[in-house]
Design a protein around this ligand. Structure first.
Ligand SMILES: [Fe+2]
Ligand SMILES: [Fe+2]
Length: 213
């Protein structure tokens, strides 16, 4: 079928696709191929253990970050939600220690740069907002980014544990995965039903109503 948007002029100026030469392909590969460290993982099991060390560090860091967020929140609902997730986080640390034991590995924490960055972002959101509903909305946003990272991590680790035949470990990781999903859901509910609306001040609401009329 003829493309109605193509004019004669377009057809005349359309260049044929350029195929990269072998030399160009090699050049691209040389520039973008990441060189592995001498300690690099060769097997899925090593990657799995590395991932466990990462989230073990992340959960430990969160036991220090969550109380700060809870202290800075003004909504009682948000403070209660964060405090109860702190208790869950401590349980997740013990669960990870069990996982290490089951798979015959030492429980070691390895700095998780991603979680470190997310916690830092949470700190700056608090610094950049006055205490009150707006900071609460910021705390929810920062917490949900953290939960989503944890959901992705536990989801991957559960799948890898199953693939490696570590079913008992998979079961424990799956339990933590569901706790993270629940925490994310309650943060969404708090934001939609309460906190985001409190963050919009009365004048702003009046303006919005006027614009809608
Ligand atoms: Fe967690
Ligand atoms: Fe969490």
């Amino acid at each position: 079928m003829k493309d109605s948007t193509t004019t004669k002029k377009d057809a005349a100026t359309t260049k044929p696709a350029v195929k990269p030469t072998t030399a160009l392909k090699k050049e691209i590969e040389r520039k973008h191929m990441v060189e592995a460290k001498s300690t690099a993982a060769e097997k899925l099991r090593e990657l799995f253990v590395d991932g466990l060390k990462d989230i073990y560090w992340a959960e430990k860091a969160l036991t220090k970050a969550i109380p700060k967020m809870a202290k800075n929140a003004t909504s009682a609902k948000l403070t209660a939600g964060l405090t109860s997730h702190l208790v869950e986080t401590e349980g997740q640390i013990s669960r990870l220690e069990k996982v290490f034991k089951i798979i015959g590995e030492k429980a070691v924490a390895k700095k998780c740069d991603a979680m470190d960055g997310l916690i830092e972002e949470g700190k700056s959101i608090m610094e950049e907002t006055e205490a009150g509903p707006v900071r609460d909305a910021g705390i929810i946003a920062a917490s949900q980014k953290i939960e989503h990272y944890e959901i992705a991590t536990y989801g991957t680790l559960t799948a890898w544990a199953k693939t490696l035949g570590e079913n008992e470990a998979a079961e424990l990781l799956w339990t933590s995965l569901n706790e993270e999903k629940d925490a994310d859901r309650s943060l969404t509910e708090a934001a939609y039903h309460d906190i985001n609306f409190n963050a919009v001040d009365a004048d702003e609401m009046m303006d919005n109503k006027k614009t809608k009329k």
